[in-house]
Design a protein around this ligand. Sequence first.
Ligand SMILES: Nc1nc2c(ncn2[C@@H]2O[C@H](COP(=O)(O)OP(=O)(O)OP(=O)(O)O)[C@@H](O)[C@H]2O)c(=O)[nH]1
Length: 479
Amino acid sequence: MNPLNIGNLSLSSFRYLALISLWLLVWWAAMLMEYQPYISLWYPPAGLSLAAFILIGRRAFLPILAATLVAGFWMYLQENSSLSWLRQAQNSLTLGTAHAVAYGLGGFYFRCLVGSWDIQHIPQRILFFLVVIFLTTLLGAWLGLIAFYLIGTMSVSEVFNSWLTWWIGDLAGALVLTPFFMLLLGRMWKLDNSWLKPLNIRLSGEPLHQQLWSKKLGLMILLVAIVLTADYVYGHPAIAYFIFFLCVPQLWMVYTESLERGILSLALISVIIAAWFGAFGVDDHALTYQFALCLIAANTYFGVAVPSLLHQNKQLHQQTKTDNLTQVATRSYFLEQAELQLTGRRSRDFPVALMVFDLDEFKEINDNYGHLVGDQALIMAAQSIRAHIRQCDLIGRFGGDEFLLLLPDQNLQEAEKTAERLRQHLPAIPAGRELIQINASFGVVEIAPDESLTDALQRADNALLKAKRNGRNQVVSSA
Ligand SMILES: Nc1nc2c(ncn2[C@@H]2O[C@H](COP(=O)(O)OP(=O)(O)OP(=O)(O)O)[C@@H](O)[C@H]2O)c(=O)[nH]1
């Protein structure tokens, strides 16, 4: 075996060992937070197992099974069990297999389906993620309880009495911590975290209020401290419900900070709630805190999607306004803006002129020099027109090589002069060693006060046709 392979082998063994150790650490933390036998406020190993299966697929099975085996032996050691080693191993393996199969299946479906979804599907992706977590933890809870029944630790009635609280603990652990562990394992394995990555597009453009991150976190910790202390002192169930208000600062965090910080704050705040809950022993209100954790987590993920959706929306809106090639207004946006401008300006004191122009024998440029040169001609013609009109004039592409111009406060004579100036300034474009002069024909009208935009367009188009028939490269107006 060459040294490179040995290096790779020891690196991957180290990563698997790190995964096993991390699993045992979070499992141990969950044990500390148990408020009923086998039931904790939340169950972090659920989040870690799902994250591992989503990220590394079936390669996560053995390390997680190994971790559950160690956890099983540890439990028996704590109990001073009189069972034989073999029996302890069998029981631990049964429990571990139930856990690994449930989370393995959840991870498998997530990998199969979400991998092919693109950024357009972020809300569906998040919804699917939540559904996977719901179903996986439900399966995990039931398989776990059946395993407990099979090894003789629980009776049938105990299974039926505890499945709901068991499931909610697993659900809270997985909802809150799966993305956090995905980020952590993604770094450990140097994996491209493709599920989370597209959400980061907002980081490119928008500034983040980084300096406020610690203040926002401080505010959340303060809120947790107040609610849990008040709950401990007064013991009234209504007080625990105030924990739901954490959604507000957490969403503020998610909208204004990086994705990593949003997920980290969710994990941190959940650990703090769990620790405080354990320290004060406000067990009667466990369900309120569990549901608050679930809701804050679900809100966070949808919150994460919002900036991406806004960004997408902005892009789409831009696309409907601006012609991709020439960067002038699209036909629909031009017509919409022209209608707006015409409203209230229909009097002889405030004339408005409309111009339609079309490049001459443009098809020949395409046919003789290729479409790329044709595109360049369209771009340069549009640029030249923009450079020679006023800020208040509106230019749009009607389609193909035909453009539209709206000239507020210009009467027919002024518009004719403008058209003539634009015609004379059309550029020549380079095509190999040649320079091709771009020419265009113009149809110009002044929009009458009682005339519709469609009628004015029709007149301008007729004038343009006349210019074409008269030999092109000229301005024709229609009174
Ligand atoms: N390169 C390029 N060509 C386009 C684009 N849109 C339309 N065309 C081409 O533009 C040409 C327009 O041709 P015609 O409408 O016959 O007009 P023309 O050749 O300029 O003839 P006249 O208007 O009578 O002078 C067609 O060949 C279209 O394929 C585009 O975005 N890029």
